[in-house]
Every structure is written in C-alpha cells, then in structure tokens.
Design a protein around this ligand. Sequence first.
Ligand SMILES: O=P(O)(O)O[C@@H]1C[C@H](O)[C@@H](CO)O1
Ligand SMILES: Nc1nc2[nH]cnc2c(=O)[nH]1
Length: 285
Amino acid sequence: RFSQTKKNDADWLLTQTAVRPLVGIVCGSGLGGLADLLKDQVAFNYRDIPNFPQSTVHGHAGRLVFGTLKGRPCVCMQGRFHLYEGYPIQKITLPMRIFKMLGVKTVILTNAAGGLNQDFKVGDIMIIKDHLNMPGFAGNNPLTGPNDERFGVRFPCMSDAYDRELLQMAMDVGSELGYSDFLREGVYCALGGPSFETIAECRMLHKLGVDAVGMSTVHEVIVARHCGMRVFALSLITNQAVMDYDSEEKANHNEVLQTAKQRAQQLEKLVSTMVIRMKHNNNYS
Ligand SMILES: O=P(O)(O)O[C@@H]1C[C@H](O)[C@@H](CO)O1
Ligand SMILES: Nc1nc2[nH]cnc2c(=O)[nH]1
C-alpha cells in the first residue's frame, strides 16, 4: 500500500508537468535559491502534493520546482524534511522514491553543517566523500521494514554511496571557477537534532574522523542509493562546531542562514555548472 501511495504521488506529478527530470536536487537550510536557477518553472507547494509532508523549518520554503538548466530537465526540492520534525524516517525520504519514479538518474543533495575539521573555515564548501549514520547505529534506518524489491535489494552496499566521478568533477569545476580556496572534501555525520551538539559530543565526533556535522542528508542518500540513483552531496560549513570550554561561540540557526546567504551564489554556480556538464548516461568525460 505504501508503494501504491508513492506511485500515486509520482503519477499525479507526471500529469501536472511535461518535464521528465534526470537530475533531482535537494536544497539545504537557506540554500533554496538553487531552485530559482531553473528555467520554464512549474512549481508545486508541498501542501498541494498528495501525501507529501510539509516543511516546518525556517529556510526551507516547501516547494517542488520542475524546470531546466541549459536544457537539462531537473526537479528541485526547495526545502527538505528532517527527523526532528517528527516525521517517520520513511516519510522524510519518500521524495527520493518519487524522484526515482519520475525518472531521476542523479541526485544532488546540499546541506548546512557545523565544521569539526580544524582546517575548515565558515563558508567552506565540503564535498561529501563518506558519512556516519548515527541514527542508523541506533536502528533508525529508512530501509527498516519490509524491503520493496522493485526499488532495490535488502542489503544495499554503501561503500560506494558518493559517486567518485562526480566528486572529481566538483573539484575540477570548483578549481575552474576559482573556488579552490574554500572547496574541501570530507566525512559528514548526521545526528537526529534538533539540539546542536555539546562540546563533548563535538570532541567525540572529531576523534571519530568526522569533518562536518548536521541533521540530514544521509537518510536521503541511503534511499537514493538503494534504488540505484547516482549521488553527489555537499555541505556548506555555516558555523564552527564548538570544541572548547572557553569558547563564547553558540551554534544557532540564524548564523546558519546568514552564512548560507553569503555563500549561496557560489554554491549555486558550482552545482549548476556540474549539472550542465553531467553526462546522463552515467559517464563523466
Ligand atoms: O537541511 P539542512 O541539513 O541543511 O539543515 C541544517 C540542519 C538543521 O535542520 C538546521 C540547523 O541550523 O540546518
Ligand atoms: N548538527 C548540526 N547541524 C548543523 N547545521 C548547521 N550547523 C550545524 C551544527 O553545528 N550542527
């Protein structure tokens, strides 16, 4: 029945627009401007899409935007769902299955995150090369429950979750755009939120090899990879995680949105250049 519901959502969306997207984009906190790059837009408020959850977080507009980027058909989630909003984990990742049913081949996920790597600065863009799924360690995985074989296998591999060719493409495009000074790569860790981390938690995550910490993305990545879509993801380092008891810094959502605003244009340029350069037969040359 769950699967039928998803099919209905996808069918409904397909009847509303002629765009058949090959690329699906998810905008992180304050990064919704990405959707505004799309031409010939057809946009839906989440509240108008059957069975779709609603955005409840400031900086997540709650619109699904179809359109093209230099002729490449795309769909963009202007706002995502988070565990802390109270939705079941299968519900927050439902859009990935809808992307799949719309024909999406490549998913691009963005997020705002706190920097743990001491070499990172606020405003850096970190290309995600791997993740730690903390809610997953506690049994909260979006693939929990009966496996729908039509989407993918029971035990999907995650060692190849982040496409290495797209990671290399991001580095190449970033260097051509003159972004090398603030382009990094690293490991992202998702926590449940909504509280930010304590100092002890930041120290622990740093010791575990985490470069940036956030509250999203990995659940979407798992579902996207389960159904065979190619994944590229990046974090905007919007704040430095507090590691020191003498620090006066306090993580807050306003700072997150403020940093996102300052770096949004460059991040959008990086993503849009990549989309235009992507070969949709899964080859990058
Ligand atoms: O959707 P993302 O991961 O960009 O949102 C981050 C995590 C929290 O939702 C919020 C904290 O400021 O930003
Ligand atoms: N968990 C977490 N999420 C964030 N999103 C943006 N900044 C942060 C942060 O410092 N911690």
